[in-house]
Write a protein that binds this ligand. Structure first.
Ligand SMILES: *Cc1c(COP(=O)(O)O)cnc(C)c1O
Length: 431
């Protein structure tokens, strides 16, 4: 397959992206000027944003962050965005709740502190608002007029909404057979929504072709030609978790894997906090979660492989159904380097975990959240996650978008006539 390195043909008059200094190749380290590039011209490795990070004292930076807005822009000094980003039309996601999940901890036997980072609280109810918010600023800086993406569902909605706010056109691509909640959430913002007859990997391949074609000229694909910027949005999850823990690293974090971008960038964010002296440098472990029906990274981890063999997805966790994950090898590397693991659970365990989180903490996560909590439970039971240490589970999306997963087993307890006799006959009320 030909790899596209320069794409989109937009204007690039020295973009103002704040502390972002260049793009650098994750494989060979070669540097490139900031632009809509995503693959190294020399070795085709993925590009990521390199920074001139703040040089002042950690205390100064911490104070500056704490005085910032209650959204991801409080971390603007660490992101590829202009200094006045908070004044621009953007959905301003982030600073979602870190819930101390004591009921769940009791149920799972965790004594070291268990937290749920609940990203269902973002503007379009998934963590994707973080990555899109950064990509919008890059699209603006590079002069793109249409915002696009290949999506497993949540990204399409996040792009549609962000484009509406930013005053850009949007045209997004999804597999044709997604959950109704995902389709409606993607269509309602008024942009164009195209269902592709195929799975996510087919959608992604189609988008790569479109980028190289005149039909896609002037288009910023948030997770393709803007991918280096997009990825940086996930770092904010790491920043928030540590700040909300009182500027402390958690011991263990459990993160769902689709392409693997989120997991790798959370690690990048934690490393930056350590380097900047904002948190104490001590070990942490990163755990990756997949559904058994789409578990290419988990399979490679367990087999001791360094490469990921693609799979054909078949799972109710459609937001994670990427059979050929771009960042798979980096996820393996991070899980092994930090002493973590990658594990998978069945669809039945996903449903059980969605209901467990709802029943214990009043948080209704989507199937991806079920995957993550399901894997957490499995790894605690296997003695891989240490219950005596601080553990953060990331809930990346809202259960209202995947109602089908639980609708069969979540129904009214009884349906009765409006009378006390009927209520008593149903065996409800006090004895
Ligand atoms: C996209 C998505 C993820 C993970 O995405 P990556 O491609 O691994 O960054 C996790 N949860 C939900 C709900 C998502 O929509």
């Amino acid at each position: 397959m030909a790899v596209q390195t320069v794409a989109g043909n937009a204007t690039t008059a020295s973009p103002d992206l704040g502390p972002a200094a260049a793009l650098s190749c994750r494989e060979c380290g070669e540097r490139f000027e900031l632009g809509p590039l995503f693959a190294c011209a020399s070795c085709f490795g993925p590009l990521e944003v390199a920074y001139d990070l703040p040089t002042g004292s950690p205390e100064e930076l911490r104070k500056r962050i704490e005085a910032g807005p209650d959204n991801i822009w409080r971390y603007a000094p660490l992101l590829p965005v202009p200094a006045d980003v908070a004044d621009k039309p953007n959905l301003n996601p982030g600073f979602t709740k870190l819930v101390k999940a004591d009921n769940l901890a009791r149920e799972l036997g965790v004594t070291g502190g268990l937290y749920v980072k609940d990203d269902s609280g973002n503007p379009t109810h998934s963590f994707k608002d973080r990555v899109v918010a950064i990509a919008v600023e890059a699209a603006r800086a590079f002069g793109f007029t249409t915002l696009s993406c290949s999506s497993t569902g949540n990204l399409a909605g996040a792009v549609g909404a962000a484009a509406a706010r930013a005053g850009l056109r949007s045209c997004v691509f999804i597999p044709h057979d997604l959950e109704q909640g995902k389709v409606v959430m993607a269509a309602v913002y008024g942009g164009e929504l195209v269902g592709i007859e195929g799975n996510y990997d087919d959608v992604n391949r189609f988008c790569s072709e479109l980028i190289g074609d005149p039909l896609g000229e002037g288009w910023g694909f948030v997770n393709v030609n803007l991918r280096p910027y997009y990825g940086e949005g996930s770092k904010t999850l790491a920043y928030e978790i540590c700040e909300q823990l009182g500027w402390r690293l958690p011991d263990q974090i459990v993160i769902p894997i689709a392409s693997g971008s989120q997991l790798t960038k959370i690690d990048k964010g934690l490393q930056e906090l350590i380097r900047l002296g904002l948190v104490e440098d001590r070990p942490y472990k990163i755990f990756g979660a997949q559904a058994e029906g789409c578990s290419p990274v988990s399979a490679a981890f367990k087999a001791g492989h360094e490469v990921v063999r693609p799979q054909k997805p078949n799972t109710i966790a459609k937001s994670l159904a990427i059979g050929n994950p771009a960042d798979g090898p980096y996820v393996l590397d991070i899980a092994r380097r930090t002493g973590g693991a990658v594990e998978d659970v069945t669809d039945e365990q996903v449903v059980d975990a969605i209901k467990l989180l709802a029943r214990t903490e009043g948080i209704f996560g989507e199937t991806a959240g079920g995957v993550t909590l399901g894997v957490t439970k499995k790894l605690i039971e296997a003695g891989v996650i240490d219950p005596t240490l601080t553990t953060v589970v990331v809930n990346t999306g809202d259960g209202l978008k995947t109602l089908d997963a639980v609708s069969a087993t979540s129904q009214a307890t009884a349906t009765i006539k409006p009378s006390l006799d009927a209520f008593r006959a149903a065996g409800l009320g006090t004895a």
